[in-house]
Design a protein around this ligand. Sequence first.
Ligand code: NAD
Length: 257
Amino acid sequence: MPLKQPLAGKVGLVVGVANTHSIATGCARAFRAAGADLALTYLNDRARPYVEPVAHAVEAALLMPLDVEHEGQLEAVMHRIAAGWGRLDFLLHAIAFCPSDDLHGRVVDCSKAGFTRAMDISVHSLIRMTRLAEPLMRDGGSILTVSYYGAEKVVPHYNVMGPVKAALEATVRSLAAELGPGGIRVNALSPGPIATRAASGIACFEDMLASAMEKAPEHRLVTIDEVGAVAAMLVGDAARGVTGNVTFVDGGLSVVA
Ligand code: NAD
C-alpha cells in the first residue's frame, strides 16, 4: 500500500520566495512533495518573474504580491485564502530585511530608522501574519519562521541582524504560549549559512560559508532542500508536540566552538 503523504489535505502559505535559491523555495518544494496545496507570494513586479517558476514547480494554487511594508497587501492575501480555502493549516514566514548602511555598520551606530525598519519587516510582520492567520486556523495550525545563530552569539558581520533575530526567537516563544490553547504551534528554524540573495547583502558572506564548511562536523554546507525537509516535518502532525522551539538545521555547526 502506498504511504500517505504527511501533508496531504493541508493548505499552506509560503512567504519569502525570491528565486529558486531561496530557503522558502526548498521549503515549498518539500511541502508540495509531502502533499500540501500552497499559496505563494512575491515581493513586487520586479521579483515576480523569478518567483513564477517556483510557483509553477510547486503547482501553487495562488500567487499574490506581498510587500509587508505595503498597507493592505497582507490582508488581501489572507482574504483570498479565506475565500478560496476557508482555512489555513500552516504558514512559512521566511523574510528579513535591513537597510544596507545599518547592516554593514556596528550595532552601536545603527540608526533608529534602520533598526525600526529591520524589526518591522523581519519580526513584526510575523506578528501581523500570525494575527491574521489565527482565525483561519480554527482547527489548529502551524506557523514557522526562519532565524539564525546570530540570535544567540555575536557572529562577525551579522551586526544588527543578531538583535533582530533574537527578537524574532523571543517573539516565537510568546506567540507559541499565546496561541497554544487554540492548537496553533509556532516555531523557528535556524539554518546554517546558505548562498541566497538576502545572504549576499551580508559583508564577507563568502568567509562565513568557508568557515562553516571548515567547522561543521561533515565539513559541508546545508542545502535549501535539507532545510525544507525539516520545515515539512515541523508544519505536519508528526511535530504536534513541538512549539516555541528553535530547530537548528546547520549540519551541527552550532555545536562546535
Ligand atoms: P532570500 O533573499 O531568498 O529571501 C528573503 C526574502 O525576504 C525574499 O523573498 C524577499 O522578497 C523577502 N522580503 C524582504 N523584504 C520584504 C518585504 N518588505 N515584504 C515581503 N517580503 C520581503 O534569502 P533567504 O536566505 O532565503 O532568506 C529567508 C530567511 O532565512 C530570512 O529570514 C533570513 O534571515 C533567513 N536565514 C538565511 C540564512 C542564509 O544563510 N541564507 C541563514 C539563516 C537564516
